[in-house]
Design a protein around this ligand. Structure first.
Ligand SMILES: O=c1ccn([C@H]2C[C@H](O)[C@@H](COP(=O)(O)OP(=O)(O)OP(=O)(O)O)O2)c(=O)[nH]1
Length: 195
């Protein structure tokens, strides 16, 4: 497997890359379409990555994740449920998406709710944001919960959540006896009040 993280000079156009394997639409993986890179804002961090996507068996008809507008942060994820799943009020369910991914090690993917589902139906991700680790190769699943007042049914190929990629800094923990002082100190959990 190969990754293609790129450091792209300022003002250079990002090339368009296409994934393979999408049955009904050849273009959902156009992941960086002729946008001028703003590398001065990135501090030299690569602004584009290629993430490999693998369909799960029996999910050839399930839409691949896709951005619904050019500058959308997230790729919408589609439900790969074999049969419609009805969530009763207060009920939760792990919904398959029909895909697994492999991303560069400095990335994570966050699974976030869709605001429309949350606002209109009370459907959200229980563990938001869900964390997809760079070394995870299983099927991505979405833990949905119905916080609404009425049952909600999830159909196959319904857009249920979104996947946002983030960089994760390499961090090494070091145990010490004393921490540096700050004005806040140990104050937290609302110690500044509400107004
Ligand atoms: O919404 C989610 C959250 C997680 N995962 C997958 C990918 C992730 O890499 C793995 C483990 O997630 P996490 O670390 O949040 O779970 P855990 O409860 O700590 O389990 P584990 O002990 O397996 O790490 O499960 C999903 O598919 N969807």
């Amino acid at each position: 497997m190969k990754f293609w993280p790129e450091l792209i000079p300022s003002r250079r156009k990002i090339s368009v890359r296409w994934s393979t394997g999408c049955s009904d639409n050849p273009s959902p993986w156009r992941w960086s379409a002729n946008r001028t890179n703003r590398s001065s804002r990135s501090g030299g961090i690569p602004l584009s990555y290629l993430v490999n996507v693998k369909r799960q068996p029996g999910c050839e008809d399930v839409q691949l994740p896709q951005k619904m507008s050019e500058l959308a942060s997230g790729f919408d994820l589609y439900a790969a449920v074999a049969e419609p799943v009805t969530l009763q009020p207060g009920e939760r369910s792990l919904i398959p998406t029909g895909i697994a991914i492999a991303m560069p090690p400095e990335l994570e993917a966050q699974i976030r709710p869709r605001s429309g589902l949350a606002y209109k139906h009370g459907i959200t991700c229980l563990n938001t944001p869900g964390t997809i680790d760079a070394d995870y190769r299983g099927e991505i699943k979405v833990l949905l919960i119905n916080l609404g007042q009425v049952p909600f049914t999830i159909e196959r190929n319904e857009r249920i959540a979104q996947m946002v990629f983030q960089t994760v800094p390499a961090v090494k923990l070091e145990v010490v006896d004393d921490l540096d002082d700050t004005a806040r100190g140990a104050g937290g959990f609302g110690h500044t009040g509400t107004k």
